[in-house]
Structure formats: structure tokens, C-alpha cells
Design a protein around this ligand. Structure first.
Ligand SMILES: C[S@@+](CC[C@H](N)C(=O)[O-])C[C@H]1O[C@@H](n2cnc3c(N)ncnc32)[C@H](O)[C@@H]1O
Length: 211
């Protein structure tokens, strides 16, 4: 039986009511975040047997969900760089099952995700239809210039391809666009006057803006 879609607005409304009633405490949120990571971990193991190269695309990492709290912190930081009334366009490059794009939607971004693996795209469409995950290759995607925020969590196992992808994003992003880079391998952007560092977020994770 196919799942009945629940409008996310309902869940957001419920969360707000709980918060207003003082029922959502910090420890409740911690429990919910941990549960989300358990769900992601279930899919990671069920789909490819754990942290591994992709079965059909050995140059790529298979689905490994980014830690939800970490992703939320990055997305919230970047959301604060835009006016509250705006709905910035967001794209996850190598979107997996759409978790990050869905978090972005909840924060007021207009989300989308590019994903190479058709199995993952089919699952993402069923899990999170509002995340707008579509099948495509981040190396040939022609619309980076359309987005206000470009996110990735190291899609490539092959570091040469990862660097090629990063250079393409940096060349094609529009002025003002913010790049949230995780598991980044190339460093040229740091000495380029084209980019402004907004936040250093641990090893290989940077948030920077194209000038
Ligand atoms: C480490 S997972 C990250 C998933 C998601 N972005 C997240 O943070 O939870 C990397 C994803 O990139 C996808 N991927 C790898 N190479 C790709 C390519 N060339 N084009 C599009 N997606 C790709 C993989 O299939 C995998 O789902």
C-alpha cells in the first residue's frame, strides 16, 4: 500500500503548538534528531550495506546521510543570510533520499536535489515528494546559476572527480550565491578574490559566498 502523504505544514503547525505549550524541550529535540539519524542509518545499511562505494557507480559514494543536527545548523546559518520574507532557491548536489532538501524546505528554502541513482530518486519521491529530488548528474547539471544556495556532502569517492565537480560549481554559481561544501577536496577558492568565507565548519566543511 502506498503511504498517504501528510502535508508538512500540518507537522510544522503541530511542532509550533507543542513548543508554545512548552511541551517540546531541548531533550525532546535531541531525541527526535537521534531518531532521524537512526532512520538515515537504516537506509544506508539497507541500500548498500553501510558506508561504501555505490554499487553501480563505483566512482561515487553510496547513500550516506549527513548528520541531521549538523545539516540543520548549516542550513539555519545560511537561512539567516537571507531576508525572512525571501524563499531562496536551494539545491543539494547528490541528494540521496532527500533528507537535507526536506530540512531546507522546512526552513523556508525552495528546495531541489540532483541524484545520480534512480533507486534513490524513486525512494526520495515516496519519502519526501516536497523535496523535489530528480535524476541527474552533478557533473553535467546546467542550472547551478539559478540557485541562491548550493549544498553538497562529498558525492564522489574519486577525489579527481570531486575536485572537477567543485570547480564547476564555483565557476557557474551566480554572484551572491552561497556554497555549503562538505567533504570538500579543492582549496583554490580560498586564495581567490571571487569568494568570501562565511563559516568554517570543521574539517573539509566550509560555507562561502561568491562575490
Ligand atoms: C554522501 S551521500 C549524501 C546524501 C545527501 N546529500 C545528504 O547529505 O544526506 C552522496 C550522494 O551523492 C550521490 N552522487 C554521487 N555521484 C553523483 C553524481 N555524479 N551526480 C549526482 N549524484 C551523485 C550518491 O548517489 C549519494 O546519494
Amino acid at each position: 500500500m502506498s503511504p498517504v502523504p501528510v502535508q508538512p505544514e500540518v507537522s510544522v503547525g503541530t511542532a509550533r503548538c507543542l513548543e508554545a505549550a512548552g511541551a517540546l524541550e531541548h531533550r525532546h529535540l535531541t531525541i527526535l534528531l537521534a531518531m532521524m539519524d537512526e532512520v538515515q542509518s537504516y537506509f544506508m545499511h539497507d541500500l548498500e550495506g553501510g558506508i561504501a562505494a555505490h554499487a553501480e557507480h563505483p566512482e561515487a559514494w553510496a547513500y550516506v546521510g549527513m548528520n541531521v543536527e549538523w545539516a540543520l545548523a548549516q542550513l539555519s546559518f545560511v537561512r539567516g543570510c537571507f531576508p525572512a520574507t525571501a524563499a531562496p532557491s536551494f539545491i543539494d548536489c547528490g541528494a540521496g533520499l532527500g533528507f537535507v532538501a526536506m530540512l531546507a524546505r522546512g526552513l523556508g528554502f525552495r528546495p531541489g536535489g540532483i541524484e545520480l541513482c534512480s533507486r534513490y530518486v524513486a525512494l526520495a519521491e515516496r519519502l519526501f515528494p516536497w523535496a523535489q529530488t530528480f535524476e541527474g548528474n552533478v557533473l553535467t547539471y546546467p542550472h547551478y546559476a539559478d540557485h541562491d544556495v548550493i549544498f553538497y556532502y562529498g558525492p564522489f569517492k574519486d577525489e579527481g572527480l570531486q575536485a572537477r565537480f567543485e570547480h564547476k560549481v564555483e565557476a557557474e554559481a551566480k554572484p551572491g550565491a552561497i556554497i555549503i561544501a562538505n567533504r570538500k577536496v579543492s582549496e583554490e577558492w580560498r586564495s581567490s578574490s571571487q569568494f568570501r568565507l562565511l563559516k568554517e565548519d570543521g574539517v573539509g566543511s566550509w560555507i562561502f559566498q561568491k562575490c
